[in-house]
Ligand binder design. Structure first.
Ligand SMILES: [Zn+2]
Length: 500
């Protein structure tokens, strides 16, 4: 295998036009598998969630899972697809040890959802990604290669196989070729995967956790010389399992293919593996053609013919979808496009909305999550949602701020305490003694001391330089360890100095 030095990205884009295609597999979160009653929970002991049907034992017969078909119809509707009136399952024949029947039940030329689209936004520009099909199939088991350095089959001593995943309902979403994205191709691919994940999560039909494999992207990339009429040969980078990797896989394939084409070589139609550590892909097997799978209609299952009434019922049951939700929230919270994007990118939309639901106003809820709590999440290297604090607790802190019991500085100390596991906000306030001192008696004693210690400044204020009072307020705040009510302290200072 020859190793090519990738072409610089900008040069590659100056000479070639990329065409993308994305195939995304999503495991549905149904309680049972696609064609049998086995449980589907992630992380169970190997081969404990299996039965004759999903092990492909002779004489067993599959029965389709209604909840899974509901799930795929919802996905199809949310992707603006047509839901066909009649379609069939198909047998896709291939042999891998993780496929116990030696075939996968899938769909071939009769998918259940066709001709949809998903709009995605990249740097303020909207791209319409056309969806060719959404079809229903079953997942395979998982092979584990033992004894090698990389976990891959090369160099392994032996392999183990776990069939718990075999037969879990799997939805495959296939885009039409995506043209005209130019240098933004990697960003468009990532934006599509991100939006699709949000959409499916909003539908509640899958947990879409890429790190656990319940959402996996296959990324097709080809290049054609600028101005050419015909597409180049594509490669398919399999099972890319993070959003960032989707972007990197596209970029690295563009750079690699450009170098191959530039050197007079040709691109082989093949599957490729993406390597997280280097951000590059390496060659896998040569890509099968449809005829290699010897598809034929699955004889053990009846056709699917979702009634129009059922489809209408499912359409009516769809929740608010992410794009509509973002538009609503932007209006309600009064955000600019950029502010909205920041909130979305920070993963703060749900958190802020829940904090508002618990009683905080929009401005304060956004301020705490986007500033103080985002800063702490970054410090700890975790996602915002992983911080050990609940939206209701943030709302409670804000309630105390609004009531004048805490100022912002004290509120930050309360957050610090909650995140350190010291308990709920009220417990932290009590344990740390964090209350704004607005009781005049206690404040006046501090103020008189501060005036005595800062006689020169006090004289300036008496002489009419009211702005100088700021220094005295600062000294009062310091003497009270941040617990004084600054507004009240200022009023009292001016009163004591006879200038109010
Ligand atoms: Zn089973």
């Amino acid at each position: 295998m020859s190793v090519v030095t990738p072409m610089k990205y900008d040069e590659a884009l100056a000479r070639f036009e990329p065409v993308l295609g994305l195939e995304t597999h999503i495991e549905l979160g149904t309680a049972s598998k696609m064609f049998c009653g086995c449980a589907t929970g992630f992380g169970a002991e190997p081969n404990t969630q299996v039965c004759p049907v999903c092990l492909g034992l002779p004489g067993s017969l599959p029965v389709a899972n209604r909840a899974a078909i509901e799930g795929i119809i919802k996905i199809g509707l949310a992707l603006n697809c047509e839901i066909v009136e009649w379609c069939r399952f198909a047998r896709k024949n291939y042999f891998y040890p993780d496929m116990p029947k030696d075939y996968q039940i899938s769909q071939y030329d009769e998918p259940i959802c066709v001709d949809g689209y998903l709009d995605v936004e990249v740097e303020g520009e909207t791209y319409r990604i056309e969806i060719e099909r959404v079809h229903m199939e079953e997942d395979t088991g998982k092979s584990l290669h033992v004894g090698g350095a990389t976990g891959r089959i090369q160099g392994a001593d032996h392999s183990l196989v776990d069939y718990n995943r075999a037969g879990i309902p799997l939805v495959e979403i296939v885009t039409k070729p995506i043209e005209g994205t130019g240098a933004k191709a990697p960003l468009v691919a990532r934006a599509y995967a991100t939006e699709l994940r949000e959409l499916v999560r909003a539908l509640g039909v899958s947990d879409v956790r890429m790190e656990q494999g319940s959402m996996r992207c296959d990324v097709n990339v080809s290049l054609m010389p600028k101005g050419a009429a015909e597409w180049g040969t594509r490669t398919e980078t399999k099972n890319v399992n993070s959003l960032r990797s989707v972007e990197r896989a596209v970029r690295s394939e563009i750079e690699r293919q450009a170098a191959v084409l530039d050197g007079g070589g040709s691109i082989r139609q093949e599957t490729r593996h993406f390597h997280e550590d280097t951000g590059t892909t390496t060659s896998g097997r040569s890509k099968e053609e449809a005829q290699d799978y010897r598809y034929f209609p699955e004889p053990d299952l009846v056709p699917m013919a979702p009634s129009r009434a059922w489809v209408a019922e499912l359409r009516a049951s769809l929740p608010e979808l992410p794009a509509a939700r973002r538009a609503r929230v932007q209006g309600e919270w009064g955000l600019s496009d950029l502010e909205l994007r920041d909130v979305v990118n920070a993963g703060a939309l749900d958190l802020i909305e829940d904090t508002i639901g618990a009683g905080a106003d929009a401005g304060a809820a956004r301020k705490w999550w986007m500033n103080e709590l985002s800063r702490r999440a970054t410090e700890k290297g975790v996602e915002l949602a992983e911080l050990p604090i609940e939206p209701a607790q943030v709302a409670r802190v804000q309630e105390m701020v609004a009531a004048g019991e805490l100022n912002d500085k004290l509120a930050r100390q309360v957050f610090e305490g909650v995140l350190a596991g010291e308990g709920a906000p009220d417990e932290v306030v009590a344990a740390r003694g964090l209350k704004v001192v607005s009781d005049d008696g206690a404040l006046v004693a501090i103020i008189d001391q501060v005036i005595a210690d800062n006689a020169a400044v006090a004289d300036k204020v008496r002489g009419g330089k009211v702005a100088a009072a700021g220094a005295l307020v600062g000294a009062v705040m310091k003497a009270s360890r941040g617990q004084a009510d600054a507004g009240r302290a200022r009023e009292l200072i001016l009163e004591r100095l006879g200038v109010s």
